[in-house]
Design a binder for this molecule. Structure first.
Ligand SMILES: [Zn+2]
Length: 319
């Protein structure tokens, strides 16, 4: 949910959706996963005080699913609503709140690991939780709720915390960036490309393609209800201690998912700069033949977990 839009995939998905008669929103690219998590969280919150607070904070008729897509929707420079201008004025770098770039080899998330920042995904989620709890901080209540609803989803995606770095000399390999040189960043897989004319990238694979193949043809409410019925919370889903420490715990789990997501990838060649000359390097990769089969259960689990934990953090804020 960072760089360019996966236009070919969008058009394929959209035409498949039209042919099959399903409703998929094309403009809200990559939004299905966020909407599932918001919808699922509302199922977990049914009848709670937390859900009443959510309704009070959001505009009339908006749901947690709507809240969860807002931080991506506003990346579109053309989109505006009554809340966008002031948010963008105060947060010109809001698109950088969605991720951290820790090497996937890192054992745990911490602010002193390279790639973590004071406004990365973990620190921004913490701040938004603090705003919802205490009523003050760098966001309004409504902004904070939308940010928590969105970033809890992003943090459970495999490539929003842990990323690969590639050797800058010798054979192409994923390396740990231990010194100031000798490596290059792949930006959460955005610079790892594959497919016809290298149109697809690994980041979009996980944010969109993997979600689509996991949901198959079900729409968001149906799929969220299925997860609610079929994936039962396990004790390992419960975060320990103060909610302030939960985003870092989730990010540490995410590093393990990022390691898995990089396993078996073949680094084919260094393609050099992209056409827009925004990045000095991109790399062609090949996905292992069982990659989709490996991705589906991961996504299913992470969507279920994201919805459960979004509800859990809101219940902790409003017991
Ligand atoms: Zn995002």
């Amino acid at each position: 949910m960072r760089i360019p839009r996966h236009r070919l995939l969008v058009s394929i998905t959209a035409s498949a959706a039209l042919v099959a008669g399903f409703t998929l929103s094309v403009d809200a690219f990559g939004s299905a996963g966020h909407r599932v998590i918001g919808t699922l969280a509302e199922l977990h919150l049914n009848g709670t005080r937390a859900l009443k607070e959510v309704r009070r904070i959001l505009p009339p008729n908006q749901t947690l699913a709507d809240a969860a897509v807002w931080p991506d929707t506003i990346k579109d420079p053309i989109y505006e609503d009554a809340d966008t201008n002031i948010f963008k004025l105060r947060h010109p770098a809001h698109d950088t709140y969605h991720y951290a770039n820790l090497p996937f080899q890192a054992e745990r998330y911490a602010l002193d690991v390279p790639g973590a920042r004071p406004t990365d995904i973990v620190q921004t989620t913490r701040e938004a939780i603090r705003v919802l709890k205490n009523g003050k901080g760098m966001f309004s209540q409504r902004e904070a709720l939308r940010i928590v609803a969105h970033l809890v989803g992003d943090i459970h995606q495999p490539l929003h915390v842990g990323t690969g770095f590639i050797s800058s000399s010798g054979p192409l390999a994923f390396v740990e960036p231990t010194g100031p040189t000798g490596w290059r960043p792949t930006l959460g897989g955005n610079l790892l490309v594959y497919g016809p004319e290298n149109r697809f990238n690994l980041h979009s694979y996980w944010d969109t393609h993997a979600v689509n193949i996991t949901m198959e043809r079900e729409d968001v409410p149906t799929y969220a209800a299925r997860l609610y019925r079929e994936v039962k919370p396990s004790p390992t889903w419960t975060s320990s201690g103060d909610p302030d420490s939960w985003p870092a715990q989730w990010a540490t789990e995410g590093l393990a998912h990022s390691r898995e997501a990089h396993k078996g990838l073949r680094l084919v060649s260094d393609l050099g700069p992209d056409e827009a000359r925004r990045n000095a390097h991109r790399w062609a990769i090949e996905l292992p033949s069982d990659y989709d089969a490996r991705a589906r259960p991961v996504i299913r689990q992470q969507l279920a977990l994201g919805g459960y934990r979004l509800a859990a953090v809101l219940k902790a804020i409003w017991p």
